[in-house]
Design a protein around this ligand. Structure first.
Ligand code: HEM
Length: 240
């Protein structure tokens, strides 16, 4: 008989036998009854079909508007099923503070990286991935005056004159979380901030920046994989 056939036959037999043994051990010797947690509300769905429809509809450019409309209907914390896996989305910065700062130990594990988690920071609890909608937190008018207006000075005035540095770690209150928050906050956040400040300061210090004639700075946005300028800024730069 062909060698390959014998090899394949023995692999299939060993997989089947190990599957049967695992089933017997789990069923009769180990109490594997799963704990059922009540998950946050989710849109009404027909199993499998709804999942496929979701997957067809969701893309990096519309995921935020789909999630926003679901949050408006169901509240700041919702569940969406992708396959059999629940994904929990938290859009509220106070809930994020409760989860990541006040209950940091519970929310300290992480799933392996996937496409969804490139858009939002994520956190895994049992079989559910928990995603924090960081953009919504940054657009909260309770945290920021005119959140969509370009006002860099807001980072100078944030502390009611106490001259405290803006708390980017969110330990007191989460107003934005570019580096995550709590136990798994980015350990390189100070280095990251230092590099960015140094980079921008050098661009301003070393070059003169002028808008191309007739152009104005247009801060309208367009969503691609990340948020980009709808009309990219065109400038003439010259060494100072
Ligand atoms: C502007 C620059 C940076 C940004 C915006 C950024 C942002 C982030 C974010 C959002 C996370 C995930 C936090 C979470 O899971 O909740 C993270 C994790 C991490 N970052 Fe950064 N980061 C930056 C720079 C850096 C630098 C310079 C380093 C190292 C020198 C670094 C090392 C790490 C590591 C090791 C983790 C994983 C931490 C963990 O899983 O416990 N990052 N970062």
């Amino acid at each position: 008989m062909n060698h390959w056939f014998l090899i394949l036959l023995s692999i299939s037999i060993s997989i089947s036998v190990s599957g049967i043994l695992r089933f017997i051990v789990n069923r009769y010797f180990i109490n594997t009854k799963p704990t059922v947690y009540k998950l946050p509300p989710s849109p009404k769905s027909i199993p499998v079909i709804s999942n496929l429809l979701w997957l067809r509809r969701i893309s990096p450019s519309n995921i935020h508007s789909i999630l926003n409309s679901l949050h408006a209907k169901l509240g700041p914390i919702i569940t969406i099923y992708l396959g059999s896996r629940p994904l929990i989305f938290i859009a509220d910065r106070l809930l994020a503070h409760k989860a990541l700062i006040q209950n940091g130990a519970v929310f300290a594990n992480r799933p392996p990286a996937s496409a969804t988690q490139k858009l939002v920071t994520s956190n895994q609890r049992n079989n559910a991935a928990i995603n924090f909608l960081v953009a919504e937190m940054g657009w909260d008018p309770e945290a920021w005056e005119d959140p969509l207006t370009f006002k860099p000075e807001r980072f100078l005035d944030h502390d009611n004159g106490t001259r405290q540095e803006f708390d980017i770690t969110g330990s007191r209150e989460i107003k934005m979380m570019p580096f995550g928050a709590g136990r798994r906050i980015c350990p390189g956040y100070q280095l990251g901030m230092l590099h960015l400040e140094y980079y921008v300061a050098n661009l301003v210090c070393k070059f003169e920046w002028r808008a191309v004639d007739g152009d104005d700075v247009d801060l309208s946005e367009r969503t691609e994989r990340t948020m980009v300028m709808k009309n990219p800024l065109r400038v003439r730069i010259s060494p100072r």
